[in-house]
Design a binder for this molecule. Structure first.
Ligand code: NIG
Ligand code: FE
Length: 398
């Protein structure tokens, strides 16, 4: 057993409150939290443990980045420039840029090249405390490249971060497709083999006027459901398509973006226990002015998660800490809501109940920070106070 002691813990153990424990201790056995509480009350078995002195540092659960597009070729800084000259994200997409530009670069990249660039990005997220990372496909849009992306995503797990993969073939229409309906049929047909190869943990789609209709998304969800795979949705990012209500009907794990979510969508998500994943990086980078309905989500108790949405177009950030701050400043989340968003509710958006809080039985994935109170992590931006990251009970340097 290993024992970390002498720090302030933000356990998030209960539904509400930080769950602060001063002069706290974490006893770890076999990659799991065996006991968590005040050092003064340590159980007898702690006597033989190897001790790490936290020296008064702050400990939080490891961050769960539950929405990323981390694997891709090329970059789209040219589109950043185009947007500054007046083009919108939707204009660029309609002109064949946007997601399709990244599809061309990803198809042209070999597996080793994709792995090398994604490794750099994953390391950057880990340096800010990420211990669980979701990665979507969706820049291949053909059977081979979708599979390549998912294989690369799985390989990132060797870095010391838990990777969950999401199949997002219904992200955009590839240039060679005869029609959106034909393409959706193909995307559904590729799924069983990828699932059989162990490459898919969940299925996602982009429901939008520049992407796929609710009826097309429903076909993808039916294919997922037939395999017992949970679904998620890029919903109501640029317009209200009724995607969230559709996804809720499939008991989706999460609906993500949600700036244009309607009151009916909020109700449907509440009824199905679907997590609202807010993505302040995309909101910021696209200079969106429509705010996600945070007060309405809060009122009916829809769990709110946060993620980087790292991708080369709408959210080229690798900073979960910046997302904490942006969620508070832009979306008016409380510091505690923001922190839950990147921990326990991020885990929930991936269907994971074994992480995101510092309580006995959970995975021993946690972060050690230079700071006194967890709200400090949300108030600062452009500053990384991580001292060390512990992944499955093994401490690495920040
Ligand atoms: O989550 N909205 C759709 N998908 C991504 C953006 C992908 C891209 O622009 O490459 C998102 O924002
Ligand atoms: Fe996304």
């Amino acid at each position: 057993m290993r024992l970390w002691r002498g720090g302030r813990l933000a356990t998030l153990a209960d539904e509400h409150g930080w769950g602060l424990v001063d002069d706290g201790a974490l006893l770890v056995d076999n990659g799991r939290l065996h006991w968590v509480g005040p050092a003064a009350a340590l159980p007898a078995e702690a006597a033989d443990a190897e001790v790490v002195d936290l020296q008064g540092a702050l400990v939080t659960p490891g961050f769960v980045d539950c929405h990323t597009h981390l694997v891709y070729g090329g970059n789209r800084a040219n589109e950043f420039e185009q947007r500054l000259l007046g083009a919108s994200y939707a204009d660029i997409a309609k002109a064949g840029g946007g997601i399709r530009a990244t599809v061309a670069a990803t198809r042209a990249a070999g597996e080793a090249e994709l792995l090398a660039s994604a490794t750099q990005r994953a390391r950057a997220l880990m340096r800010e405390g990420v211990t669980t990372l979701e990665v979507k496909s969706g820049y291949g849009l053909d059977a081979d490249t979708e599979a390549r992306m998912l294989r690369v995503a799985r390989q990132l797990g060797a870095l010391g971060v838990d990777v969950r993969t999401t199949y997002l073939a219904a992200h955009a229409l590839p240039p060679e497709a005869a029609s959106a309906d034909d393409y959706i049929a193909a995307a559904c047909a590729w799924l069983p083999a990828l699932h059989a190869a162990g490459l898919v943990d969940a299925v996602d789609a982009f429901c939008e006027h520049i992407a796929f209709s609710p009826a097309q998304v429903a076909r993808v969800f039916d294919a997922a459901q037939a395999l017992g795979l949970p679904v998620k949705l890029h919903a109501e990012q640029l317009s209200d398509q009724g995607g969230a209500a559709l996804a809720a009907g499939y008991r989706a794990l999460s609906c993500d973006h949600l700036e244009y979510l309607s009151p009916a969508g909020v109700q449907a998500m509440a009824a199905s226990g679907t997590v609202a994943v807010l993505l302040p990086g995309a909101f910021y980078a696209l200079r969106e002015s429509q705010l996600p309905p945070v007060a309405a989500l809060r009122e009916v108790g829809v769990p709110i998660a946060l993620a980087t949405d790292h991708n080369p177009g709408s959210s080229p950030t690798l900073s979960p800490l910046l997302m904490l701050n942006m969620a508070c400043v832009l979306f008016r989340l409380t510091p505690e809501e923001a922190m839950r968003g990147l921990t326990v509710n991020g885990a929930r958006a991936l269907g994971l109940a074994d992480r995101g809080r510092l309580v006995a039985g959970q995975r021993a994935d946690f972060c050690i920070w230079d700071g006194g109170h967890p709200r400090e992590l949300t108030a600062c931006f452009g500053y990384n106070p991580l001292i060390a990251r512990v992944y499955q009970g093994v401490q690495g340097e920040a």
